[in-house]
Design a protein around this ligand. Sequence first.
Ligand code: FEO
Length: 401
Amino acid sequence: MGEKYKAIKVTDKVYWVGAIDWEVRDFHGYMTQRGTTYNAYLILADKITLVDTVKKDFMNEMLERIASLVNPKDVRYIISNHSEPDHSGCLPETIDVLKPEKVFASAIGTQTLAQEFHSGHEITPVKDGESLSLGNLSVTFLETKMLHWPDSMITYMPDDKLLFSQDAFGMHLATSERFADEIDQSVVEYEGEKYFANILMPLSSLVLRTIGKISDMGVEIDIIAPDHGPIWRKDVNKIIDLYTKWATQKPTNKAVVVYDTMWKSTEKMAKVIAEGLIDGGVRTKIMSLKTNHRSDIVTEILGAGAILVGSPTINSNMFPSIADLLYYLKGLRPQNKIGGVFGSYGWSGEAVAHIKEMLNAMKIELIGDGLRFKYMPDDNELSQCFNYGRFVAEELKKKLA
Ligand code: FEO
């Protein structure tokens, strides 16, 4: 074992011993353009405790960081807050190397870990609200079922007023800095929102309930240590307030015009519809599927009040890129949006109707019948596009009033 990967101090008693993944670009369909980190933490209590592990490929990096601080054989407990493989992928091997006295997970977590790894390791279940003595320190567990897996829990350490929050309050962001206050805030806010949009949007009501549950615990939180991205130590309320805002999904005076195009007819429509929206006083973003990834588009949609979707018709269907986006978006269950539809076609023109069905299925309130033009839109048709944008802008203003 070398001495290149060091533990990073979070408090006198807690160190970061995770791994930085600069290269990962795909998290089950979510493009992680800035990489990520897998955060594991070491609590220097009488019973030295490892909180979470890392993705399997990064186990040696984690073990080296642990070894930079303590003799790895002195680690007595491991707490597994979440059994998804980015945090538990090397748990069986880590148990074999460290030989801890005990490993803890939520009751469902013990089952999930057994079903994931079939390793036969004994995992001790802990209950919601249960405290565990680490000798001179203690921690308390809080189940966060379905946030975002059934097994999920978070761990609070009263001595440092520190919350090990697992995936919650995290983001996919690889940086050399370990703390949010050391990083460009526009990057932190964007990547935090992207993470929320792509992972937690469908669980928004649960997020609000969990924030309430944490608040009901009546505990102070000075530090939030998530399992991805930077640690919050200076302004924990900032990320809690952002989560509250994102989870509330209050509509805003913003529209996203998303489209794909075959021979630039639908693109022409998209651009002129956007001009109508802008003329109507709506902050508008045009996003082509040719140049934007689905995960960036849904991030913009999270903070929007209106979404307008355009597609040509190909073989009696919408474009495959639009189908991909809408299918992904449907799973994320966006709330409180109004919608519009448009598209150019050559002979049959079913795309607009199919998109309407998808938006209806998402309970997105459709404004008007949408626009459907043959081949290249002429001047008159482009005027209709402009007016459609204006109409959606007016409807959005009414909704926001
Ligand atoms: Fe980062 Fe749900 O695992």
